[in-house]
Design a protein around this ligand. Structure first.
Ligand SMILES: NC(=O)c1ccc[n+]([C@@H]2O[C@H](COP(=O)([O-])OP(=O)(O)OC[C@H]3O[C@@H](n4cnc5c(N)ncnc54)[C@H](OP(=O)(O)O)[C@@H]3O)[C@@H](O)[C@H]2O)c1
Length: 220
């Protein structure tokens, strides 16, 4: 199944909260709250407007997020939770299994299925989930707006393939440090200077004590 970007167009927003030095978690990969209240309101309003939310399995394991719209910050329907989990490592106590919103775990073509509650699975890829084919599947489900919330490996995959419309980075006024600390974009990185990804800065806005940067792909 080939993915034709021009024919299939879910609107894709990549979103993350970072420290001033570009880190998105603690050096031991544990979760750190980098958003302030205003930013949480922005993110939860975004969740309420999107049809689906995508995260990688390591984020589920490390952070155990609920990935729903928290009524403390916003109101609206919960997006469908989509988890990229080639080897079906989702822990049994994960909040994403709580049935609070529709959840689809995307697993490898040959991965052994498991009986976990309140989830469907969809097979899509060999060594890792094939994002182009996944987007085609989500398009068939009438998913038109997708919020990708991390972590660094998943954000990298979408950036590397230029599969995004917006990149939102909230920068908190803190330094985390650490050379192994997860950053906004992980993965292999661009090894060739000519291949680094050019962005267009569309907006910058102070939100409380932090700043929100909104980028799109550059045409250059
Ligand atoms: N501050 C923020 O905004 C924010 C948000 C989210 C997460 N985080 C932090 O990010 C860290 C987790 O990041 P992470 O990079 O370790 O994990 P991740 O991006 O959450 O998950 C990566 C894993 O997803 C699976 N995967 C399957 N197909 C993939 C594909 N095509 N592209 C990318 N991944 C694919 C792979 O595991 P398999 O091979 O097993 O399938 C891969 O190792 C945590 O420390 C968390 O706290 C921060």
């Amino acid at each position: 199944m080939d993915y034709h970007w021009k024919n299939v167009k879910p609107y894709i927003i990549l979103n993350c909260a970072s420290s001033a030095d570009g880190k998105i978690a603690l050096p031991n990969r544990k979760k750190i709250e980098l958003s302030n209240t205003e930013d949480f309101e922005r993110v939860h309003n975004l969740r309420a407007k999107c049809d689906a939310i995508i995260v990688g399995i390591n984020t589920v394991i490390e952070d155990n997020p609920n990935l729903t719209v928290n009524e403390k910050y916003a109101s609206g329907p919960n997006p469908i939770r989509i988890i990229l989990d080639t080897n079906y490592r989702t822990p049994q106590n994960s909040k994403i299994l709580n049935g609070e919103s529709e959840t689809i775990i995307i697993i490898g073509d040959k991965t052994v299925d498991r009986k976990l509650p309140n989830v469907k699975t969809f097979r899509c890829g060999k060594e890792e989930i094939n994002i182009e084919n996944l987007l085609q599947y989500l398009n068939q489900l009438n998913i038109n707006n997708i919020l990708v919330e991390g972590g660094e490996t998943v954000i990298w995959s979408f950036l590397e393939k230029k599969l995004f419309n917006e990149l939102n980075i909230f920068i908190s006024s803190v330094i985390v440090g650490g050379k192994e600390t997860p950053s906004i974009a992980g993965g292999k990185g661009f090894l060739d200077r000519k291949k680094i990804l050019n962005l267009e800065l569309n907006k910058f806005k102070q939100i409380g004590d932090g700043i929100l940067l909104t980028y799109s792909k550059s045409n250059n």
